[in-house]
Design a protein around this ligand. Structure first.
Ligand code: LIP
Length: 282
């Protein structure tokens, strides 16, 4: 029987090959995307195609073959083996909207979890060929080179902000307004996992998006932490199966971004609690 370190390193080695194979299949679909039927799931921006389902099926089949005792949680095919010691969290294509519209910002995502702790996270971006990964306690890497979070502040670097119809529109608007009025700037990248990889590698200073799933964020949050940044734990207290706010940032910019996000959240919550004009308040 293998010790824990060997169990993890066997999975890590396997994941490195697997994620590239998943990426190759996804890229073949991307190149023929005109033939894919696009369906919407929970909303008009929440898209899925055969490519997402196909890539997840490939990843699951290969993991089941190599580690039959492990559990699986995937965006398209759900949860199996919830009580297993090792759980693989899969987003076959994160950034399906980008994928569908021919943009390169989509990626394949794998995280391996044990007792709500991410052991390693891996993000492969087929259009650039970049492979990001991090192992808990062992640093974050892109294509074999160590990566680090940005040294810029929120005034002179990019802050990535994401939102969807699930979040509070006023909160997102307020955060963007606060950033701009401080002389800062924001970007919206259509893949949460890719965004987190870019925070880890120092291209963006930080990132906030409300209500994301573990398959969008768990791998990337470990990358940011291992690259020297601050990243909230979305898996704490049953977060694996819930939507959680994603906050990740370079350490020195943490206080500033946290203040803006917290303030706008309070303001938006207060607005929602204020009785509407029909009750004579405005
Ligand atoms: C998407 C995210 C995106 C977010 C969407 C969605 P998908 O993941 O990465 O940033 O805004 O709500 O969750 O569906 O493309 O895997």
């Amino acid at each position: 029987m293998l010790g824990e370190a060997d169990e993890i390193s066997a999975r890590l080695k396997f994941a490195r090959r697997l994620i590239r194979d998943g990426g190759a299949l996804a890229k073949a679909h991307f190149q023929a995307r005109g033939q894919l039927a696009v369906e919407s799931k929970a909303g008009s921006q929440d898209l899925v195609t055969l490519a997402d389902r196909d890539v997840e099926a490939l990843l699951r089949t290969r993991i089941e073959g190599a580690f039959p005792q492990d559990g699986l949680l995937g965006e398209e095919h759900g949860l199996s083996g919830a009580d297993a010691s090792y759980l693989w969290v899969i987003d076959p294509i994160d950034g399906t909207n980008c994928f569908v519209h021919g943009l390169p910002d989509w990626c394949v995502v794998l995280a391996c979890i044990r007792q709500d702790q991410v052991l390693f996270g891996m993000i492969f971006v087929p259009c650039t060929g970049d492979l990001y990964w991090a192992v808990a306690g062992k640093g974050a890497y892109r294509n074999g080179r160590r990566i680090h979070t940005s040294e810029a502040g929120i005034e002179n670097g990019f802050i990535a902000i994401g939102g969807s119809s699930r979040g509070m529109a006023g909160q997102i608007g307020g955060i963007i307004e606060a950033l701009l009025s401080r002389g800062g700037s924001f970007v919206r990248n259509g893949s949460a996992a890719h965004t987190l990889a870019l925070v880890a590698a120092g291209h963006y200073v930080g990132y906030f998006q409300p209500k994301l799933c573990a398959w969008d964020s768990a791998a990337g949050l470990l990358l940011v932490r291992e690259a020297g940044g601050v990243a909230d734990d979305v898996l704490a207290s049953g977060g694996l199966l819930e939507r959680r706010d994603v906050f990740a940032v370079a350490k020195h910019a943490c206080h500033d971004l946290r203040k803006i996000v917290a303030w706008e959240t309070i303001c938006q919550t207060a607005t929602l609690l204020t009785p509407s004009s029909s009750q004579g308040w405005n």
